[in-house]
Design a protein around this ligand. Structure first.
Ligand code: MG
Length: 315
C-alpha cells in the first residue's frame, strides 16, 4: 500500500478534521485523533501531530495539506513477532518512550561499522508501525532505505559511522571490536540525550552484543558513561520499536556507504565475510594496489590473508 506521512500543527489538524467532517470513519486507532476515508485514500491523524495518508490517492490527498510530504513508500501489513521480554527488563518496556540503540557492519569484511541511537515516544509508536518499522532482518535493503528516509525526517536520532581507516587504526592499537562498539553506543546515546534535553527517555535499550558488566568495563575511563535506565537485551529489535528504528537507520547508512565503496572500487562489492569477499578483495588489490585496502576492509579479518593467497595463486 502507498503511504505519505505529514507533520502538521494542531491548528492545521483542526482544519483538517473540519474538512473531512463528512468522511470520518468513527474508528480511531490507538494514539489516533481521527480517521477519515475518501474513495482513494484513508487519512489517519495521530495525537502526535503526524498524519498518515494511505491508498492509491495518497499523494494527491496529502498535497492538499503540505509540501513537506515524506516520501511515498510501499508497506505490507505484517504482524510483528511477539516480543520475548527477559526478566531483567521492565515488563512494560515495549510501551515506554525509549531510546533504542543498534549497530551494523561488524561481521562484514568490507565497509564501516554504523551505530544508531533513536528515540521513539509512546505517541509515535502507532505511526512507526504503520510505516513498516519492524525487525530489519525481515526487510530488504530497498525497503529499509525507504523506511529510513521517512524516519530521519521526524525521529530524533544520532548516527555514528566508524570508517575503515579509523577502525583499522584502533584495531591495530589493540582495541577489540567489542570495545569499539561499546564506545560508539555510549557516544550515540550521549549525543541523542543532549538533543532531547530537557526531555528524558523512560528507558534506553541497547541491542545486546556483550554482557552488561563487560559493556561497562569497556567504557571504564570514559568521561561520561550513560548508565541511567540503560537496559540490554538480545533481539531487542523485536522488543522496542526504537531499536528497530535505530537498526533501520544504521543499516541504511551502512548500505549507502557500501554503495560509495563500490563506486570507488569500480565494481560491486559484496557484503558478509564469505569467499565472495576474498575474490572481491583480491580484485581490488590487483586493480588498485594493496595500499587502498585499509580504506575498504576490516584488515584483521581472515579474509585479508585469503585474498592475498588468491592473488598469489593467480600469478
Ligand atoms: Mg544488533
Amino acid at each position: 500500500m502507498s503511504n505519505v506521512v505529514l507533520k502538521l500543527s494542531s491548528q492545521e489538524m483542526r482544519k483538517m478534521m473540519e474538512y473531512y467532517q463528512n468522511n470520518l470513519t468513527g474508528k480511531t486507532p490507538p494514539g489516533g485523533l481521527f480517521s477519515a476515508k475518501t474513495p482513494q485514500c484513508t487519512i489517519t491523524a495521530y495525537k502526535s501531530g503526524k498524519v498518515l495518508f494511505q491508498g492509491s490517492g495518497c499523494n494527491e490527498e496529502a498535497r492538499k495539506w503540505g509540501s513537506d510530504a515524506v516520501e511515498k513508500t510501499e508497506t505490507k501489513a505484517k504482524t510483528p513477532a511477539t516480543p520475548k521480554i527477559s526478566a531483567s527488563l521492565p515488563n512494560n518496556i515495549s510501551s515506554l518512550s525509549a531510546i533504542g540503540s543498534d549497530e551494523v557492519g561488524t561481521g562484514d569484511f568490507f565497509g564501516p561499522i554504523t551505530v544508531c541511537a533513536a528515540y521513539v515516544r509512546k505517541e509515535d509508536m502507532p505511526l512507526l508501525k504503520e510505516i513498516g518499522v519492524q525487525d530489519s532482518k525481515n526487510l530488504t535493503d530497498e525497503k529499509i532505505s525507504t523506511i529510513a528516509k521517512q524516519l530521519i525526517k521526524f525521529l530524533p536520532y544520532s548516527l555514528l559511522v566508524l570508517h575503515n581507516v579509523k577502525y583499522n587504526k584502533l584495531q591495530s592499537s589493540g582495541m577489540s571490536q567489542g570495545k569499539m562498539k561499546a564506545l560508539l553506543h555510549n557516544q550515540a546515546i550521549g549525543h541523542l540525550l543532549e538533543k532531547l534535553a530537557p526531555e528524558k527517555p523512560e528507558a534506553i535499550l541497547i541491542d545486546q552484543f556483550a554482557k552488561e558488566e563487560v559493556y561497562f568495563k569497556y567504557l571504564s575511563g570514559q568521561k561520561v558513561i550513560h548508565k541511567e535506565n540503560v537496559y540490554f537485551s538480545t533481539k531487542a529489535e523485536g522488543i522496542h520499536l526504537a531499536v528497530a528504528a535505530a537498526s533501520i537507520i544504521a543499516r541504511h547508512a551502512f548500505v549507502q556507504h557500501f554503495e560509495k565503496l563500490s563506486k570507488a572500487a569500480g565494481f560491486k562489492i559484496p557484503k558478509g565475510a564469505g569467499s565472495q569477499v576474498d575474490v572481491a578483495a583480491a580484485r581490488l588489490i590487483k586493480e588498485k594496489g594493496k595500499e587502498v585496502l585499509p580504506s575498504y576492509v576490516k584488515l584483521h579479518f581472515a579474509n585479508t590473508e585469503k585474498a592475498m593467497n588468491l592473488l598469489r595463486k593467480s600469478k
